[in-house]
Design a protein around this ligand. Structure first.
Ligand code: SF4
Ligand code: SF4
Length: 375
């Protein structure tokens, strides 16, 4: 017996697929499935987070609807995957945020942006807020650096703690609790995640409603992922410049934080726009449309961060800087707050599933627990 209809359906499909095994060369899901004879909740959540939703197994399946077996692996695993996010949420009381997630994220984003705009208006003299500022420390004439560091540091720390706790719950649920990831397995997972190896539909690309596979979804995903990493690296280098050398933002166009931030901002604009477009062309019969709001809210948030960041960069020497800084910081703050309660978690759990898969490939299934020293 499973706790939800989606888990029960995934169990039924995995039993059919385990007898058929036609798709075993398409991705990691099928080889991982073949190592199992029965599918508990943790196994299904593991397989669901290992699935990259390329759609190849749906188009290749001789048992897909209208066949009476009605096998639809991408859609079913997508539902199980979305359901797993709330299961691991920390604290548990905030798990309902994954329901009607689009609305929740939109409200937090709107509140955060409004709070920064009103905050700046209340605490900063209008003459300062709407003036052009130049040179080192220009941003901090609008909002003191210490206030910015404490506010964002606290929000980021909270997000990291919530994400780590969620990941621990996921790791235990997929049966990996008590096993330690080995360096080679982690490296394999980093390579597979970095290349999005299993988003290639077995080599031809993601399937769409016109049945013409394309790699565009993978390219846009890359732009988003590496754009995010570049923005994160930009923030880290700027923090290092500030505390190690006493150099205050804004930095020159050719400085490392600005180059990384510009590349990252472009990635966060192009990637989410492309993924939204790719979403429109996907075959709706193999996607879980009930979670459309969560996907769109996540992409919209990343796009807003990238677009406002670039606008701030280009207009930082104009009187618009204060307003743009408030809007950009509002989106970033809202993103930090909602990171553990939105689509962001899919990257974390998918990476965990890839590590688990690499461990099973290297060490066999079940992965042996580490030997403990005798007392
Ligand atoms: S998706 Fe269809 S073709 Fe592929 S393994 Fe499952 S039952 Fe077989
Ligand atoms: S949709 Fe793609 S990644 Fe997911 S199980 Fe099917 S072939 Fe594998």
């Amino acid at each position: 017996m499973h706790a939800t209809e989606d888990l029960a359906e995934a169990d039924r499909l995995m039993r059919i697929c385990n007898a058929c095994r036609y798709c075993e060369g398409l991705c990691a899901v099928f080889p991982a499935m073949e190592k199992r004879r029965s599918f508990a909740q943790g196994d299904l959540n593991y397989l669901a987070n290992l699935c990259h939703q390329c759609g190849a197994c749906y188009f290749d399946c001789q048992y897909a609807p209208p066949h009476e077996f009605a096998v639809n692996v991408p859609k079913t695993l997508s539902k199980v995957r979305s359901g797993s996010y709330g299961l691991y949420a920390w604290p548990r009381a905030l798990a309902p945020l994954f329901e009607r997630n689009g609305l929740a994220i939109a409200l937090v984003a709107a509140f955060s942006v409004a709070a920064f705009i009103f905050g700046f208006a209340a605490w900063t003299d209008a003459g300062v807020l709407f003036s052009a500022h130049h040179g080192e420390g220009a941003f901090y004439r609008i909002m003191p650096h210490a206030a910015m560091a404490w506010l964002f540091g606290a929000a980021f720390l909270y997000a990291v703690v919530a994400l780590v706790m969620g990941f621990r719950a996921f790791w235990a649920d997929i049966g990996a609790g008590g096993t330690r990831p080995q360096g080679l397995s982690v490296w394999q997972a980093i390579r597979d995640a970095g290349r999005l190896r299993y988003l290639d539909g077995g080599g031809v690309g993601c399937m769409n409603e016109d049945e013409q596979p394309t790699d565009m979804r993978r390219h846009y995903h890359h732009a988003t992922f590496y754009g995010f990493l570049a923005c994160f690296a930009s923030t880290l280098t700027a923090t290092f410049f500030h505390y190690a050398f006493g150099w205050e933002a804004p930095y020159s166009w050719y400085s490392l934080p600005v180059v990384l931030g510009t590349l990252g901002g472009i990635g966060l604009v192009v990637g989410p726009l492309g993924l939204m477009r790719a979403k429109k062309t996907r075959d709706k019969t193999m996607t879980d449309t009930s979670r459309f709001g969560m996907d769109v809210a996540f992409l919209a948030m990343l796009f807003a961060i990238g677009a406002t960041g670039l606008l701030l960069l280009f207009l930082r020497a104009t009187p618009l800087m204060g307003t743009l800084l408030a809007v950009h910081l509002g989106f970033v703050f809202g993103f930090f707050l909602t990171m553990p309660y939105g689509k962001f978690v899919h990257g974390l759990y998918r990476f965990g599933a890839l590590v688990r898969y690499a461990m099973e490939e290297r060490q066999g299934y079940p992965v042996p627990a580490p030997k403990r020293r005798a007392a």
